[in-house]
Design a protein around this ligand. Structure first.
Ligand SMILES: *Cc1c(COP(=O)(O)O)cnc(C)c1O
Length: 463
């Protein structure tokens, strides 16, 4: 027999399932009353009333049998546990930094770093600060300055690395602020707040060179480093034959440290770390870790959490996994685009972002079109997404309201949780909503707290 090898058109899930969790079906009538009871706020829904939950990709993934077996064999000693050394050696092997400080999640690493290095009058440049990063910078009296390239701010524009830092803006900031007032330059990979868009190796190298010339430490917000490595492999010249692990090692070789949420590409439900080369800075950060997290060989984690992360970091770099992962978002993106629905282009690593302003021009920004679409997806199909628009960003410190720059609905994919048929169903629900878009109405806020109102605000449809 001399069979011709066949090339599969379908990128299959690179796992089989041997532990399942039922998802619960509800009727549209039930969802109507559940949503009303939740104050028309999906954050207030019980998870058991959601069929497909795309609220976030943070800590919501499925762990592998290998991770679970590592957890069973964990060492829960207070000091010097073997689980810590396995965790530390995985982080050192992939990221290459000398000092590894475990934390309970990413924002704890940010708290320790910025409390130690940032102060009043300082400026921290970043492509786009994630909201917790910005909050920690500002909490310490420093200014969080975003400087993503202009292509990164245009939703429809196609560009392979829309997360890149604007190098001229960076140099201008260093010139006008003075390097002494810039304790660190950060780069977020992938750029979560900018649509999960990647940063190129060329851009990482250039930021590193600029930081070196001015003797400013360069840190990476590494939450989705494996997804970013995959985009470099598939989009940047010269990387097609390198493994994601080799690419990740090169990325971090240009940096002086990183902050990490293991709830993303750590493939775990909790955890994080701060990794640093500088001995003195590491010592200061360890002292604060003891105060706010725990002893430096467990930080904020149990031994079994550290085991899960030690294995998860390698699993996130597996080529079969990354091919499936990135295909999930582009597959949904293609289905929506061919139905005429506008999304942020190109689809990023962990999520698809629907442009609700474009879809619902009859709803004014201050009647929250993206909120309206989010609720319609729940009513019609039991899907939970998240509004990234004027409910989240519109409320000003003086109590007035200003429309957000964009009205987006984010569909974030938990890792290794949903299959292609879930995504097919999802696209049917979204397309059906799109076809009935004229029936969607705006919302008004009935009551809300003054800060971070989107989590707990009560709303009502406007008739
Ligand atoms: C999630 C996230 C963080 C914060 O991590 P937590 O584990 O949620 O505290 C920081 N930066 C980016 C880019 C993130 O996506």
């Amino acid at each position: 027999m001399n069979l011709t090898p066949f090339k599969s058109q379908t990128i299959i899930e690179p796992f089989r399932i041997r532990s399942v969790e039922p998802i619960r079906f509800t009727t549209m009538e039930e969802r109507k009353s559940l949503l009303k009871k939740a104050g028309y706020n999906p954050f207030q829904l019980k998870a058991k009333h959601v069929l497909i939950d795309l609220l976030t990709d943070s800590g919501t993934g499925a762990m592998s049998s290998d991770q679970w077996s590592g957890m069973m064999a964990s060492d829960e000693s207070y000091a010097g546990a073997s689980s810590f050394y396995r965790f530390e050696s995985a982080v050192r092997d992939i990221f290459g930094f000398n000092h590894v400080i475990p934390t309970h999640q990413g924002r704890a690493a940010e708290n320790i770093l910025f409390t130690t290095i940032a102060g009043k009058g300082d400026v921290i440049p970043n492509n786009t600060h994630f909201d917790t990063t910005r909050a920690h910078v500002e909490h310490n009296g420093a200014e969080a300055r975003d400087m993503v390239i202009s292509e990164g701010k245009q939703p429809q524009l196609i560009h392979p690395f829309k997360g890149n830092m604007n190098l001229e803006a960076l140099q201008e900031t260093i010139r006008s602020t003075g390097p002494d007032r810039i304790p660190v330059i950060m780069l977020t990979i992938t750029n979560n707040s900018g649509g999960g868009q990647p940063v190129s190796m060329q851009n990482i190298r250039s930021v590193s060179e600029i930081a070196n010339v001015h003797d400013i430490p360069f840190f990476i917000d590494a939450c989705r480093f494996a997804e970013n490595a995959w985009f470099i492999k598939t989009r940047e010249e010269g990387f097609a034959d390198k493994s994601p692990l080799e690419i990740a090692r090169e990325i971090f070789s240009y940096a002086d440290g990183c902050t990490m949420s293991a709830k993303k590409d750590g493939m775990s439900n909790i955890g994080g770390f701060l990794a640093i080369n500088d001995d003195r800075l590491a010592q200061k950060c360890r002292s604060l870790t003891i105060l706010t997290e725990g002893f430096p060989t467990y930080g904020g984690m149990a031994g079994y959490d550290m085991e899960a992360v030690a294995k998860g970091l390698y699993e996130a770099l597996d080529e079969g996994y990354l091919r499936y992962r990135i295909r999930t978002t582009s597959y949904l993106g293609e289905k929506l685009t061919s139905a005429g629905i506008s999304i942020v282009q190109p689809t990023g690593g962990h999520a698809v972002y629907i442009d609700a302003k474009e879809m619902l021009p009859h709803i004014h920004s201050l009647q929250y079109p993206a909120w309206s679409l989010t609720n319609a997806l729940y009513l019609l199909g039991g899907i939970r997404a998240v509004e990234i628009g004027s409910v989240m960003f519109g409320l000003q410190p003086d109590g007035s309201e200003k429309p957000a720059a964009m009205e987006l609905v984010r569909l974030a994919f938990p890792r290794r949780v949903y299959t292609q048929s879930h995504v097919d169903y999802l696209s049917e629900v979204i397309i059906s909503t799109f076809e009935q878009r004229d029936k969607l109405t705006g919302y008004k806020v009935v009551s809300a707290p003054e800060v971070l109102r989107h989590f707990s605000a009560q709303l009502e449809p406007v008739e």
